[in-house]
Design a protein around this ligand. Structure first.
Ligand SMILES: O=C(O)CCC(=O)C(=O)O
Ligand SMILES: [Fe+2]
Length: 321
């Protein structure tokens, strides 16, 4: 049913002239809206905010789990786009059960990953058509914590890592993207503390140099998020961390003087994962994770025939031992 509705809306959509189409924006939707409404927002804008994705108590729990790792970081990590100031916590799937099981495994996010990233392909085996499905994988789970003085990142597409190429398009076609990101803030994010900046609609742009205007902010929207909200966006969307402009000593009493965001990305099941899951998460730990997370880390093979051990889907290794 959803499929036919979607097709009908698509016909209606493509019959609208360019000028009649709503201009891209960042919509704030509740998790109770239909999956179709979320899919349409992502197709039109490249991103969507879920206003009731999680809640303060769950965010507090994740912050408590991750804080010890954050406190160990100094500010000297120099990783390309990360400006040398951003603190990161990697291997987040192991370090925070909340990030792993409450947010990454969230059914709404996983349904959207399945919609945008699952690959269903029919090939011929002699005269017999064979249809197989490859489900998404976790590409990376990391926290970005930016302290006062951090400059804004250059606007970029995260699918650069996968050498993704993009044809300019007026409307979205399934299979365009290789990544879907989920950002859950650990604190309220504001323009002053470096809220993520996005360019809605830029997921439909091609690969020519983007025009962000002479001030570099044409079409840019600051995604200010309250604790409990989350941003979901396609890997082809131009975005970047904002500048932390607030002076030192102005954070709320008892809160960290930094902007923390928990970032999770899924990729297609035939893409290389950004974080090497098998070296980052030892098998003894993976055995304690939910079956969905085990699959998404790569412990179930992609059909047909990718990611096996001894020609078998590797989940048998989770059972022994
Ligand atoms: O910190 C942010 O808001 C975004 C970080 C980001 O986009 C990146 O490091 O690729
Ligand atoms: Fe990014």
């Amino acid at each position: 049913m959803a499929y036919f509705l979607q097709q009908a809306r698509r016909v209606a959509w493509s019959s609208l002239g360019e000028l009649d189409r709503p201009s891209p924006s960042v919509k704030r939707l509740s998790r109770s809206v239909s999956r179709l409404a979320l899919i349409e927002a992502l197709e039109q804008d490249g991103c969507v905010i879920i206003k009731d994705f999680t809640n303060q108590a769950t965010v507090d729990k994740a912050n408590d789990e991750v804080r010890p790792w954050l406190d160990q970081q100094d500010t000297g990590v120099t990783v390309g786009a990360l400006q040398g100031k951003t603190r990161t916590v990697t291997r987040l799937i192991a370090k925070s059960a909340t990030v792993r099981e409450q947010w990454y495994a969230d059914t709404l996010y996983q349904d959207l990953c399945e919609h945008f990233l699952a690959l269903e392909t029919t090939h011929w085996y002699g005269a017999r058509p064979v249809t197989t499905t490859s489900h998404p994988l976790l590409s990376i789970a990391i926290s970005f914590d930016i302290p006062p003085g951090t400059e804004a990142q250059g606007l970029h597409r995260d699918d650069k890592n996968h050498h993704a190429r993009h044809h300019p398009a007026d409307e979205y076609t399934k299979g365009r993207d290789v990544l879907l990101g989920l950002f859950v803030p650990g604190v309220d994010t504001t323009v002053a503390n470096g809220a993520t900046r996005v360019v809605p609609g830029s997921h439909l742009w091609g690969d020519d140099q983007p025009d962000f205007g002479c001030d570099g902010d044409k079409g840019v929207v600051d995604v200010e998020l309250q604790v409990g909200e989350a941003l979901i966006f396609l890997g082809s969307l131009y975005h970047g961390g904002g500048a932390y402009k607030k002076p030192l000593g102005t954070a709320k009493e008892g809160t960290r003087e930094s902007r923390t965001v928990y970032a999770m990305f899924s990729c297609t099941g035939v893409s290389r994962q950004e974080e090497i899951s098998f070296l980052s998460y030892p098998v003894e730990e993976v055995r304690t994770y939910s079956p969905l997370v085990q699959d998404r880390l790569g412990w179930k093979q992609s059909e047909p025939n990718l990611g096996w051990v001894d020609l078998k889907s590797p989940e048998f290794l989770l059972k022994s031992g």
